[in-house]
Design a protein around this ligand. Structure first.
Ligand code: ATP
Length: 223
């Protein structure tokens, strides 16, 4: 079993998230990928945060007619207290069984903070990390992301990772599992942009799946 876990605020889920999810599924040949909305985003303002049940329901609607390997998990929403990724990994590993290979998906910005995460060493030894970048428009941008990651990994995580340029991944001679950089087709959308458009009375069609658009209207979210 090869399973991905992709956490986020998903406030709301949009076509950029879905593009990342599909790309990771295919690239790493996963059997399933869980989208996992967090209960309370650790570093973000909660002023415009839709209730967890709505964020969860919008993910359900977004993936209902998509690749059936895409799934949603309420694991973090149901857990009391702050959402630590290591707890999510432990719970998922327990559910999936011993032989499961877990891929943790995150954006580059989140990755560059990994050394501050609770039990980051255990995270790195438990899962392979997939770092997705929002925009790699050209080769230069790709190189810049690789250089940033390389400097960060050696400076903040461990010097024992070697870079494999062919696969755009780092492999450790120590406890860490592989870290991958995956360039995704740029989809110029963010949840903040969707929320801002709703507030301004602008259309969001195309930025979020149609069923999500309808749900937002019906529930009068983000107004
Ligand atoms: P906000 O605009 O509210 O900050 P967001 O659009 O970044 O939200 P999150 O739910 O916080 O959405 O994102 C979860 C993950 O998805 C993050 O790791 C983020 O980097 C990634 N992500 C979000 N939008 C895109 C996009 N358009 N392309 C690629 N990755 C994205």
């Amino acid at each position: 079993m090869r399973a991905g876990i992709f956490g986020g605020t998903f406030n709301p889920i949009h076509s950029g998230h879905l593009m990342v999810a599909r790309k990771v599924l295919g690239h790493f040949n996963l059997d399933r990928l869980y989208l996992i909305p967090c209960r309370q985003p650790p570093h973000k303002s909660s002023a415009f945060l839709a209730p967890a049940e709505h964020r969860l329901q919008m993910i359900r609607l977004a993936i209902a007619h998509d690749d059936d390997r895409l799934m949603v998990s309420d694991i973090e929403i149901r857990r009391e207290g702050p959402s630590y990724t290591i707890d999510t990994i432990d719970q998922m590993a327990g559910r999936l069984g011993g032989g499961a290979e877990i891929f943790l998906v995150m954006g580059l910005d989140a990755f560059l903070e990994l050394h501050t995460w609770k039990d980051q060493r255990r995270i790195r030894s438990a899962v392979q990390v997939v770092v997705v970048t929002r925009r790699l428009d050209d080769e230069h941008a790709q190189d810049a992301s690789t250089d940033r990651m390389n400097a960060y990994i050696h400076g903040h995580l461990s010097p024992d990772y070697a870079f494999d340029a062919i696969h755009a991944s780092w492999h450790s001679t120590g406890l860490g599992r592989a870290i991958h950089l995956l360039s995704t087709d740029p989809v110029d959308v963010s949840s903040s942009q969707v929320r801002q458009r709703i507030q301004a009375g602008s259309a969001i069609a195309g930025l979020v799946p149609a069923a999500v658009c309808t749900y937002i209207e019906k529930k009068e979210l983000y107004r």
